[in-house]
Design a protein around this ligand. Structure first.
Ligand code: BES
Ligand code: ZN
Ligand code: ZN
Length: 504
Protein backbone atom coordinates (compact mmCIF):
# COMPACT_ATOMS: atom_id res chain seq x y z
CA UNK A 1 0.00 0.00 0.00
CA UNK A 2 1.37 3.36 -1.02
CA UNK A 3 0.80 5.97 1.70
CA UNK A 4 1.22 9.72 1.28
CA UNK A 5 0.43 13.06 2.92
CA UNK A 6 -1.95 15.24 0.93
CA UNK A 7 -1.98 18.91 1.93
CA UNK A 8 -4.58 20.07 -0.59
CA UNK A 9 -7.90 21.43 0.72
CA UNK A 10 -10.11 18.39 1.33
CA UNK A 11 -12.78 19.48 -1.15
CA UNK A 12 -10.21 19.32 -3.96
CA UNK A 13 -8.98 15.79 -3.22
CA UNK A 14 -10.00 13.54 -6.09
CA UNK A 15 -9.92 10.10 -4.52
CA UNK A 16 -12.19 7.05 -4.55
CA UNK A 17 -13.25 7.87 -1.02
CA UNK A 18 -12.65 10.60 1.51
CA UNK A 19 -13.03 9.19 5.02
CA UNK A 20 -13.44 11.14 8.25
CA UNK A 21 -15.18 10.93 11.62
CA UNK A 22 -17.83 12.68 13.67
CA UNK A 23 -18.24 12.68 17.43
CA UNK A 24 -21.34 11.88 19.38
CA UNK A 25 -23.07 14.81 21.15
CA UNK A 26 -21.61 17.51 18.88
CA UNK A 27 -24.94 18.50 17.34
CA UNK A 28 -23.37 16.22 15.71
CA UNK A 29 -21.47 18.39 13.29
CA UNK A 30 -18.82 20.92 14.17
CA UNK A 31 -15.12 21.54 13.66
CA UNK A 32 -13.81 19.79 10.55
CA UNK A 33 -17.22 18.21 10.18
CA UNK A 34 -18.69 21.71 10.04
CA UNK A 35 -16.44 22.67 7.16
CA UNK A 36 -17.34 19.39 5.49
CA UNK A 37 -21.03 20.07 6.10
CA UNK A 38 -20.70 23.50 4.51
CA UNK A 39 -18.77 22.14 1.54
CA UNK A 40 -21.36 19.46 0.91
CA UNK A 41 -24.30 21.83 1.12
CA UNK A 42 -25.46 20.59 4.53
CA UNK A 43 -25.38 16.87 3.73
CA UNK A 44 -24.11 16.02 7.19
CA UNK A 45 -26.61 18.07 9.15
CA UNK A 46 -29.45 16.62 7.08
CA UNK A 47 -28.28 13.10 7.91
CA UNK A 48 -27.94 14.08 11.56
CA UNK A 49 -31.44 15.52 11.68
CA UNK A 50 -32.76 12.32 10.10
CA UNK A 51 -31.04 10.37 12.89
CA UNK A 52 -28.78 8.55 10.45
CA UNK A 53 -25.59 10.22 11.64
CA UNK A 54 -25.24 9.95 15.41
CA UNK A 55 -21.48 9.73 15.86
CA UNK A 56 -21.75 6.44 17.78
CA UNK A 57 -18.38 4.67 17.76
CA UNK A 58 -17.81 2.88 14.42
CA UNK A 59 -21.17 3.83 12.91
CA UNK A 60 -20.53 4.05 9.15
CA UNK A 61 -22.29 6.40 6.72
CA UNK A 62 -21.31 6.29 3.06
CA UNK A 63 -22.36 8.97 0.58
CA UNK A 64 -21.85 8.70 -3.18
CA UNK A 65 -20.75 11.61 -5.35
CA UNK A 66 -21.09 14.07 -2.46
CA UNK A 67 -21.92 17.55 -3.63
CA UNK A 68 -19.02 19.99 -3.42
CA UNK A 69 -16.29 17.35 -3.12
CA UNK A 70 -13.91 16.07 -5.76
CA UNK A 71 -13.94 12.68 -4.01
CA UNK A 72 -16.29 10.04 -5.38
CA UNK A 73 -17.45 8.96 -1.97
CA UNK A 74 -17.57 10.33 1.54
CA UNK A 75 -17.32 7.89 4.43
CA UNK A 76 -18.17 9.27 7.87
CA UNK A 77 -17.33 7.07 10.82
CA UNK A 78 -18.78 7.56 14.28
CA UNK A 79 -16.00 8.44 16.73
CA UNK A 80 -17.93 8.08 20.00
CA UNK A 81 -17.62 10.55 22.86
CA UNK A 82 -15.09 13.30 22.30
CA UNK A 83 -13.67 13.12 25.84
CA UNK A 84 -12.98 9.40 25.39
CA UNK A 85 -11.26 9.87 22.05
CA UNK A 86 -7.53 9.34 21.58
CA UNK A 87 -4.97 7.70 19.32
CA UNK A 88 -6.35 4.23 20.16
CA UNK A 89 -9.72 5.20 18.69
CA UNK A 90 -8.10 7.02 15.78
CA UNK A 91 -6.11 3.89 14.87
CA UNK A 92 -9.30 1.83 14.95
CA UNK A 93 -11.24 4.33 12.81
CA UNK A 94 -8.51 4.51 10.17
CA UNK A 95 -8.50 0.71 10.15
CA UNK A 96 -12.29 0.49 9.93
CA UNK A 97 -12.24 2.90 6.96
CA UNK A 98 -9.78 0.61 5.15
CA UNK A 99 -11.77 -2.56 5.84
CA UNK A 100 -15.16 -1.05 4.94
CA UNK A 101 -13.86 0.40 1.69
CA UNK A 102 -11.77 -2.56 0.60
CA UNK A 103 -14.77 -4.85 1.12
CA UNK A 104 -16.42 -2.74 -1.61
CA UNK A 105 -13.46 -3.20 -3.96
CA UNK A 106 -12.42 0.42 -3.49
CA UNK A 107 -8.72 0.96 -4.12
CA UNK A 108 -7.87 4.48 -2.94
CA UNK A 109 -8.80 6.44 0.12
CA UNK A 110 -7.84 9.65 1.88
CA UNK A 111 -8.36 9.99 5.60
CA UNK A 112 -9.17 13.48 6.87
CA UNK A 113 -7.89 14.08 10.41
CA UNK A 114 -9.67 16.61 12.58
CA UNK A 115 -8.18 19.68 14.27
CA UNK A 116 -6.87 18.08 17.47
CA UNK A 117 -5.36 15.20 15.53
CA UNK A 118 -2.97 17.00 13.24
CA UNK A 119 0.29 15.97 14.87
CA UNK A 120 2.93 13.28 14.36
CA UNK A 121 1.40 10.85 16.91
CA UNK A 122 -2.00 10.98 15.21
CA UNK A 123 -0.46 10.56 11.75
CA UNK A 124 1.39 7.52 13.07
CA UNK A 125 -1.77 6.01 14.59
CA UNK A 126 -3.76 6.50 11.39
CA UNK A 127 -1.06 4.91 9.24
CA UNK A 128 -0.68 1.99 11.67
CA UNK A 129 -4.44 1.58 11.45
CA UNK A 130 -4.29 1.52 7.64
CA UNK A 131 -1.56 -1.09 7.44
CA UNK A 132 -2.92 -3.38 10.16
CA UNK A 133 -6.40 -3.27 8.61
CA UNK A 134 -5.25 -3.90 5.05
CA UNK A 135 -3.76 -7.20 6.21
CA UNK A 136 -5.65 -10.46 5.68
CA UNK A 137 -4.40 -14.00 6.22
CA UNK A 138 -5.75 -15.33 2.93
CA UNK A 139 -2.44 -16.68 1.63
CA UNK A 140 -3.73 -20.22 1.16
CA UNK A 141 -7.10 -19.34 -0.38
CA UNK A 142 -7.01 -20.23 -4.05
CA UNK A 143 -10.33 -18.53 -4.82
CA UNK A 144 -9.51 -15.09 -3.40
CA UNK A 145 -10.36 -12.09 -5.52
CA UNK A 146 -7.17 -10.60 -6.94
CA UNK A 147 -6.11 -7.38 -5.30
CA UNK A 148 -8.72 -7.27 -2.57
CA UNK A 149 -6.91 -4.50 -0.80
CA UNK A 150 -6.42 -0.76 -0.68
CA UNK A 151 -3.50 0.13 -2.93
CA UNK A 152 -3.14 3.84 -2.13
CA UNK A 153 -4.02 5.66 1.07
CA UNK A 154 -3.37 9.26 2.07
CA UNK A 155 -3.74 11.33 5.20
CA UNK A 156 -4.93 14.90 5.00
CA UNK A 157 -5.74 17.80 7.30
CA UNK A 158 -2.13 18.87 7.88
CA UNK A 159 -1.03 22.28 6.59
CA UNK A 160 2.13 22.62 4.50
CA UNK A 161 3.73 24.05 7.68
CA UNK A 162 3.12 20.89 9.72
CA UNK A 163 3.92 18.55 6.88
CA UNK A 164 7.15 17.43 8.55
CA UNK A 165 5.13 16.12 11.54
CA UNK A 166 2.80 14.24 9.23
CA UNK A 167 5.70 12.74 7.29
CA UNK A 168 7.50 11.68 10.45
CA UNK A 169 4.37 10.06 11.86
CA UNK A 170 3.69 8.39 8.54
CA UNK A 171 7.14 6.79 8.34
CA UNK A 172 7.00 5.54 11.91
CA UNK A 173 3.46 4.26 11.47
CA UNK A 174 4.43 2.43 8.31
CA UNK A 175 7.41 0.78 9.98
CA UNK A 176 5.46 -0.26 13.07
CA UNK A 177 2.44 -1.47 11.10
CA UNK A 178 4.61 -3.52 8.76
CA UNK A 179 6.68 -4.94 11.60
CA UNK A 180 3.53 -5.95 13.46
CA UNK A 181 2.23 -7.57 10.26
CA UNK A 182 5.54 -9.41 9.95
CA UNK A 183 4.87 -10.93 13.38
CA UNK A 184 1.27 -11.72 12.39
CA UNK A 185 2.47 -13.50 9.24
CA UNK A 186 4.71 -15.79 11.30
CA UNK A 187 1.86 -16.47 13.74
CA UNK A 188 -0.69 -17.27 11.06
CA UNK A 189 1.44 -19.87 9.30
CA UNK A 190 0.31 -23.44 9.96
CA UNK A 191 2.76 -25.51 11.99
CA UNK A 192 3.78 -27.66 9.01
CA UNK A 193 4.98 -24.49 7.33
CA UNK A 194 6.46 -22.83 10.38
CA UNK A 195 8.80 -25.32 12.01
CA UNK A 196 11.70 -24.14 14.21
CA UNK A 197 14.02 -24.37 11.20
CA UNK A 198 11.67 -22.34 9.00
CA UNK A 199 11.20 -19.74 11.74
CA UNK A 200 14.97 -19.48 12.04
CA UNK A 201 15.40 -18.92 8.32
CA UNK A 202 12.65 -16.27 8.34
CA UNK A 203 14.44 -14.54 11.23
CA UNK A 204 17.72 -14.76 9.33
CA UNK A 205 16.22 -13.22 6.20
CA UNK A 206 14.60 -10.44 8.22
CA UNK A 207 17.85 -9.70 10.06
CA UNK A 208 19.88 -9.62 6.86
CA UNK A 209 17.44 -7.22 5.24
CA UNK A 210 17.33 -5.00 8.32
CA UNK A 211 21.10 -5.00 8.89
CA UNK A 212 20.98 -6.91 12.17
CA UNK A 213 23.44 -9.54 13.38
CA UNK A 214 21.90 -12.99 13.63
CA UNK A 215 23.04 -16.32 14.99
CA UNK A 216 21.08 -19.55 14.76
CA UNK A 217 22.05 -22.19 17.31
CA UNK A 218 21.23 -25.69 16.10
CA UNK A 219 20.56 -28.79 18.22
CA UNK A 220 24.28 -29.57 18.54
CA UNK A 221 25.12 -26.12 19.84
CA UNK A 222 22.12 -26.20 22.17
CA UNK A 223 23.39 -29.50 23.54
CA UNK A 224 26.92 -28.13 23.99
CA UNK A 225 25.45 -25.29 26.00
CA UNK A 226 23.68 -27.88 28.19
CA UNK A 227 20.25 -26.36 27.72
CA UNK A 228 18.53 -29.34 29.31
CA UNK A 229 15.18 -27.60 29.75
CA UNK A 230 14.85 -26.57 26.09
CA UNK A 231 16.14 -29.96 24.91
CA UNK A 232 13.66 -31.82 27.12
CA UNK A 233 10.78 -30.23 25.23
CA UNK A 234 12.42 -30.78 21.84
CA UNK A 235 13.30 -34.46 22.38
CA UNK A 236 9.79 -35.66 21.54
CA UNK A 237 9.84 -34.20 18.06
CA UNK A 238 11.52 -35.22 14.82
CA UNK A 239 11.93 -31.52 14.04
CA UNK A 240 15.17 -30.24 15.61
CA UNK A 241 15.02 -27.16 17.86
CA UNK A 242 16.63 -23.81 17.10
CA UNK A 243 17.72 -20.94 19.31
CA UNK A 244 17.48 -17.71 17.35
CA UNK A 245 19.62 -14.78 18.47
CA UNK A 246 19.21 -11.41 16.74
CA UNK A 247 21.32 -8.46 17.85
CA UNK A 248 21.03 -4.73 17.30
CA UNK A 249 24.13 -2.72 18.25
CA UNK A 250 24.00 1.10 18.19
CA UNK A 251 26.78 2.99 16.43
CA UNK A 252 27.95 4.57 19.65
CA UNK A 253 27.95 1.96 22.35
CA UNK A 254 28.84 3.33 25.79
CA UNK A 255 30.79 0.88 27.93
CA UNK A 256 28.61 -0.28 30.80
CA UNK A 257 25.41 0.87 29.11
CA UNK A 258 22.33 -1.25 29.82
CA UNK A 259 21.44 -3.96 27.30
CA UNK A 260 17.84 -4.90 26.66
CA UNK A 261 17.04 -8.60 26.17
CA UNK A 262 13.85 -9.63 24.38
CA UNK A 263 13.09 -13.30 24.96
CA UNK A 264 10.16 -14.85 23.08
CA UNK A 265 8.56 -18.29 23.43
CA UNK A 266 8.34 -19.93 20.01
CA UNK A 267 6.71 -23.34 20.30
CA UNK A 268 5.76 -23.86 16.66
CA UNK A 269 3.17 -26.42 17.76
CA UNK A 270 2.09 -27.33 21.28
CA UNK A 271 0.30 -30.68 21.49
CA UNK A 272 0.96 -30.72 25.23
CA UNK A 273 3.41 -33.60 24.77
CA UNK A 274 2.66 -36.75 26.81
CA UNK A 275 0.33 -34.59 28.98
CA UNK A 276 -1.58 -34.23 25.73
CA UNK A 277 -4.15 -31.51 25.11
CA UNK A 278 -7.76 -32.29 24.16
CA UNK A 279 -8.54 -32.30 20.41
CA UNK A 280 -10.88 -29.34 20.70
CA UNK A 281 -9.08 -26.16 19.62
CA UNK A 282 -5.71 -27.94 19.46
CA UNK A 283 -5.22 -26.58 15.93
CA UNK A 284 -4.84 -23.14 17.45
CA UNK A 285 -1.62 -24.20 19.15
CA UNK A 286 0.24 -23.17 16.00
CA UNK A 287 0.15 -19.70 17.54
CA UNK A 288 2.24 -20.82 20.51
CA UNK A 289 5.20 -19.12 18.83
CA UNK A 290 3.73 -15.61 18.93
CA UNK A 291 5.99 -14.47 21.76
CA UNK A 292 9.00 -15.19 19.57
CA UNK A 293 7.28 -13.62 16.56
CA UNK A 294 6.63 -10.43 18.57
CA UNK A 295 10.32 -10.16 19.49
CA UNK A 296 11.38 -10.63 15.86
CA UNK A 297 8.80 -8.07 14.71
CA UNK A 298 10.08 -5.60 17.31
CA UNK A 299 13.69 -6.16 16.17
CA UNK A 300 12.65 -5.45 12.59
CA UNK A 301 11.48 -1.97 13.63
CA UNK A 302 14.30 -1.39 16.13
CA UNK A 303 16.86 -1.96 13.35
CA UNK A 304 15.45 1.04 11.46
CA UNK A 305 14.60 3.33 14.37
CA UNK A 306 18.06 2.88 15.89
CA UNK A 307 17.65 3.34 19.64
CA UNK A 308 20.75 4.29 21.61
CA UNK A 309 20.89 0.99 23.51
CA UNK A 310 21.93 -2.49 22.45
CA UNK A 311 19.01 -4.92 22.05
CA UNK A 312 19.30 -8.71 21.84
CA UNK A 313 16.38 -10.96 20.93
CA UNK A 314 16.63 -14.58 22.08
CA UNK A 315 13.97 -16.89 20.66
CA UNK A 316 13.93 -20.55 21.71
CA UNK A 317 11.97 -22.56 19.19
CA UNK A 318 10.80 -26.17 19.19
CA UNK A 319 7.72 -28.31 18.75
CA UNK A 320 6.12 -29.93 21.82
CA UNK A 321 5.18 -33.44 20.70
CA UNK A 322 4.34 -36.78 22.27
CA UNK A 323 6.30 -39.78 20.98
CA UNK A 324 8.64 -42.57 21.93
CA UNK A 325 11.41 -40.16 22.84
CA UNK A 326 9.22 -37.54 24.48
CA UNK A 327 9.85 -36.57 28.08
CA UNK A 328 7.47 -38.09 30.62
CA UNK A 329 5.67 -36.54 33.56
CA UNK A 330 7.95 -36.88 36.55
CA UNK A 331 11.19 -36.66 34.54
CA UNK A 332 13.91 -34.48 36.06
CA UNK A 333 15.83 -32.13 33.77
CA UNK A 334 18.87 -29.97 34.42
CA UNK A 335 18.60 -26.45 32.98
CA UNK A 336 21.61 -24.56 31.61
CA UNK A 337 21.75 -22.59 34.87
CA UNK A 338 22.32 -25.88 36.72
CA UNK A 339 18.91 -25.87 38.44
CA UNK A 340 17.05 -29.19 38.45
CA UNK A 341 13.43 -29.25 37.31
CA UNK A 342 10.81 -31.92 37.92
CA UNK A 343 8.52 -31.89 34.88
CA UNK A 344 5.14 -32.70 36.39
CA UNK A 345 3.20 -31.66 33.30
CA UNK A 346 4.79 -31.75 29.84
CA UNK A 347 2.23 -29.18 28.65
CA UNK A 348 3.87 -26.52 30.83
CA UNK A 349 6.68 -26.42 28.24
CA UNK A 350 6.87 -22.68 27.57
CA UNK A 351 8.46 -21.97 30.93
CA UNK A 352 11.01 -24.75 30.28
CA UNK A 353 12.26 -23.27 27.01
CA UNK A 354 12.22 -19.78 28.54
CA UNK A 355 14.27 -20.96 31.53
CA UNK A 356 17.24 -21.65 29.27
CA UNK A 357 16.58 -18.68 26.99
CA UNK A 358 16.60 -16.08 29.79
CA UNK A 359 19.75 -17.67 31.24
CA UNK A 360 21.38 -17.43 27.81
CA UNK A 361 20.26 -13.80 27.35
CA UNK A 362 21.95 -12.98 30.65
CA UNK A 363 25.09 -14.78 29.51
CA UNK A 364 25.07 -12.61 26.37
CA UNK A 365 25.17 -9.53 28.57
CA UNK A 366 21.55 -8.44 28.84
CA UNK A 367 21.09 -6.27 31.91
CA UNK A 368 17.29 -6.06 31.57
CA UNK A 369 14.94 -8.74 30.28
CA UNK A 370 11.46 -8.77 28.81
CA UNK A 371 9.92 -12.05 27.81
CA UNK A 372 6.72 -12.55 25.84
CA UNK A 373 4.95 -15.88 25.80
CA UNK A 374 1.62 -17.53 25.14
CA UNK A 375 2.25 -19.13 28.51
CA UNK A 376 -0.98 -19.99 30.30
CA UNK A 377 -4.66 -20.65 29.84
CA UNK A 378 -4.97 -19.09 33.31
CA UNK A 379 -4.19 -15.61 32.00
CA UNK A 380 -7.09 -16.01 29.58
CA UNK A 381 -9.36 -16.85 32.54
CA UNK A 382 -8.13 -13.72 34.36
CA UNK A 383 -8.02 -11.15 31.56
CA UNK A 384 -9.80 -12.78 28.59
CA UNK A 385 -8.59 -11.51 25.22
CA UNK A 386 -8.52 -7.89 26.37
CA UNK A 387 -5.31 -7.33 28.35
CA UNK A 388 -1.80 -8.74 28.25
CA UNK A 389 -0.76 -10.04 31.69
CA UNK A 390 2.32 -8.22 33.00
CA UNK A 391 4.60 -9.68 35.68
CA UNK A 392 7.62 -7.64 36.73
CA UNK A 393 10.44 -8.12 39.23
CA UNK A 394 11.46 -4.45 39.18
CA UNK A 395 8.86 -1.74 39.71
CA UNK A 396 10.62 1.08 37.86
CA UNK A 397 11.29 -1.10 34.80
CA UNK A 398 7.70 -2.42 34.86
CA UNK A 399 6.37 1.14 35.08
CA UNK A 400 8.41 2.02 31.99
CA UNK A 401 6.90 -0.88 30.08
CA UNK A 402 3.35 0.00 31.18
CA UNK A 403 3.95 3.60 30.08
CA UNK A 404 5.13 2.33 26.67
CA UNK A 405 2.03 0.13 26.40
CA UNK A 406 -0.11 3.24 26.95
CA UNK A 407 1.74 5.17 24.24
CA UNK A 408 1.49 2.22 21.85
CA UNK A 409 -2.21 1.72 22.58
CA UNK A 410 -1.84 -1.88 23.76
CA UNK A 411 -3.77 -2.93 26.86
CA UNK A 412 -1.64 -4.51 29.58
CA UNK A 413 -2.39 -5.24 33.22
CA UNK A 414 0.03 -5.97 36.10
CA UNK A 415 -0.09 -9.07 38.34
CA UNK A 416 1.58 -9.61 41.74
CA UNK A 417 4.65 -11.82 42.25
CA UNK A 418 4.74 -12.30 46.04
CA UNK A 419 7.21 -14.76 47.57
CA UNK A 420 4.31 -16.93 48.73
CA UNK A 421 3.83 -18.11 45.13
CA UNK A 422 7.39 -19.43 45.15
CA UNK A 423 6.27 -22.12 47.62
CA UNK A 424 3.96 -23.54 44.98
CA UNK A 425 6.76 -24.64 42.66
CA UNK A 426 8.79 -26.51 45.30
CA UNK A 427 9.49 -30.06 44.17
CA UNK A 428 9.83 -33.20 46.26
CA UNK A 429 12.91 -34.42 44.42
CA UNK A 430 14.30 -31.50 42.38
CA UNK A 431 14.96 -27.78 42.96
CA UNK A 432 11.65 -26.78 41.42
CA UNK A 433 8.73 -28.29 39.53
CA UNK A 434 7.15 -26.88 36.39
CA UNK A 435 3.56 -26.55 37.67
CA UNK A 436 1.98 -25.27 40.89
CA UNK A 437 1.27 -27.65 43.74
CA UNK A 438 -1.72 -25.71 44.99
CA UNK A 439 -4.76 -24.53 43.16
CA UNK A 440 -5.19 -21.31 41.28
CA UNK A 441 -2.89 -18.48 40.32
CA UNK A 442 -1.75 -20.40 37.25
CA UNK A 443 -0.52 -17.35 35.35
CA UNK A 444 1.50 -16.14 38.36
CA UNK A 445 2.95 -19.60 39.01
CA UNK A 446 4.13 -19.73 35.39
CA UNK A 447 5.79 -16.33 35.78
CA UNK A 448 7.33 -17.37 39.11
CA UNK A 449 8.97 -20.35 37.40
CA UNK A 450 10.64 -18.12 34.79
CA UNK A 451 11.72 -15.70 37.53
CA UNK A 452 13.85 -18.49 39.05
CA UNK A 453 16.18 -18.15 36.08
CA UNK A 454 16.44 -14.37 35.94
CA UNK A 455 18.33 -13.93 39.23
CA UNK A 456 18.88 -10.27 40.08
CA UNK A 457 18.35 -9.07 36.51
CA UNK A 458 15.32 -6.74 36.23
CA UNK A 459 12.77 -8.76 34.29
CA UNK A 460 9.25 -8.47 32.92
CA UNK A 461 7.13 -11.35 31.69
CA UNK A 462 4.27 -10.70 29.27
CA UNK A 463 1.67 -13.48 29.11
CA UNK A 464 0.05 -13.00 25.70
CA UNK A 465 -1.92 -16.29 25.60
CA UNK A 466 -5.22 -14.39 25.47
CA UNK A 467 -4.19 -11.52 23.23
CA UNK A 468 -1.90 -12.96 20.56
CA UNK A 469 -4.80 -14.49 18.66
CA UNK A 470 -8.16 -13.05 17.73
CA UNK A 471 -10.97 -15.56 17.03
CA UNK A 472 -13.29 -13.11 15.30
CA UNK A 473 -12.78 -10.43 12.74
CA UNK A 474 -12.90 -6.88 14.14
CA UNK A 475 -14.03 -3.85 12.12
CA UNK A 476 -10.35 -2.75 12.05
CA UNK A 477 -8.54 -6.10 11.92
CA UNK A 478 -8.68 -9.57 10.40
CA UNK A 479 -8.94 -12.59 12.67
CA UNK A 480 -5.87 -14.61 13.52
CA UNK A 481 -2.51 -13.55 14.91
CA UNK A 482 -2.59 -10.00 16.29
CA UNK A 483 1.11 -9.15 16.60
CA UNK A 484 0.45 -7.88 20.11
CA UNK A 485 3.39 -6.39 22.07
CA UNK A 486 5.42 -5.35 19.01
CA UNK A 487 4.52 -1.66 19.29
CA UNK A 488 5.00 -1.57 23.08
CA UNK A 489 8.41 -3.26 22.89
CA UNK A 490 9.63 -0.87 20.21
CA UNK A 491 8.55 2.14 22.28
CA UNK A 492 10.27 0.65 25.33
CA UNK A 493 13.50 0.06 23.38
CA UNK A 494 13.46 3.61 21.99
CA UNK A 495 13.26 5.11 25.48
CA UNK A 496 15.42 2.52 27.21
CA UNK A 497 18.86 3.59 28.27
CA UNK A 498 18.30 7.24 27.36
CA UNK A 499 18.53 10.01 29.98
CA UNK A 500 19.04 7.52 32.76
CA UNK A 501 15.67 5.91 32.19
CA UNK A 502 17.02 2.42 32.63
CA UNK A 503 16.58 1.39 36.21
CA UNK A 504 20.08 0.26 37.05
N1 BES B 1 0.59 -22.86 25.14
C1 BES B 1 -0.10 -23.15 26.34
C2 BES B 1 -0.87 -21.96 26.90
C3 BES B 1 -2.01 -21.45 26.07
C4 BES B 1 -3.30 -21.79 26.40
C5 BES B 1 -1.80 -20.56 25.04
C6 BES B 1 -4.35 -21.29 25.67
C7 BES B 1 -2.84 -20.07 24.31
C8 BES B 1 -4.12 -20.43 24.63
C9 BES B 1 0.88 -23.60 27.41
O1 BES B 1 2.02 -24.24 26.97
C10 BES B 1 0.15 -24.53 28.30
O2 BES B 1 -0.28 -25.55 27.82
N2 BES B 1 0.00 -24.16 29.56
C11 BES B 1 -0.71 -24.96 30.51
C12 BES B 1 0.06 -24.94 31.81
C13 BES B 1 -0.45 -25.90 32.84
C14 BES B 1 -0.17 -27.32 32.43
C15 BES B 1 0.21 -25.59 34.15
C16 BES B 1 -2.09 -24.37 30.70
O3 BES B 1 -2.22 -23.15 30.75
O4 BES B 1 -3.04 -25.13 30.76
ZN1 ZN C 1 1.71 -26.33 26.69
ZN1 ZN D 1 2.64 -23.73 25.01
Amino acid sequence: MEITVDTRPFAKIDTDALATYAFEQEKPVDGAALALDAATGGALSKLATAGELTGKMLEATLLHYPQGLAAQRLLILGAGKKDKFGTVELRKLAGAAVRILKSKQIKRLTFLAREGDRNAEAAQAIVEGFILANYDSDKYKTDKKPGNEIIAAAITGWEESSRADADRGLERGRLLGESQNFARDLGNEPANRMTPRILASRAEAMAREAGLAVEILDEKKIEELKMGALLSVAQGSVEPPRLIVVTYTPEKLMPGAPVLGLVGKAITFDTGGISIKPANDMEKMKYDMCGGAAMLGAMRAIARLKPSCKVIAVVPSTENMPGGRAQKPGDVQIAMSGKSIEVINTDAEGRLVLADAVAYAKQLGCTHLVDAATLTGAVVVALANVNVGVFGSDQAFTDQLLASAKVAGEKMWPFPLDDEYREMIKSGIADIQNVGSGKGGGAIVGAMFIKEFTGDTPWIHLDIAGTAWQDDVKPWAAKGATGVAVRTLVDLAMKFGTNGSSTK
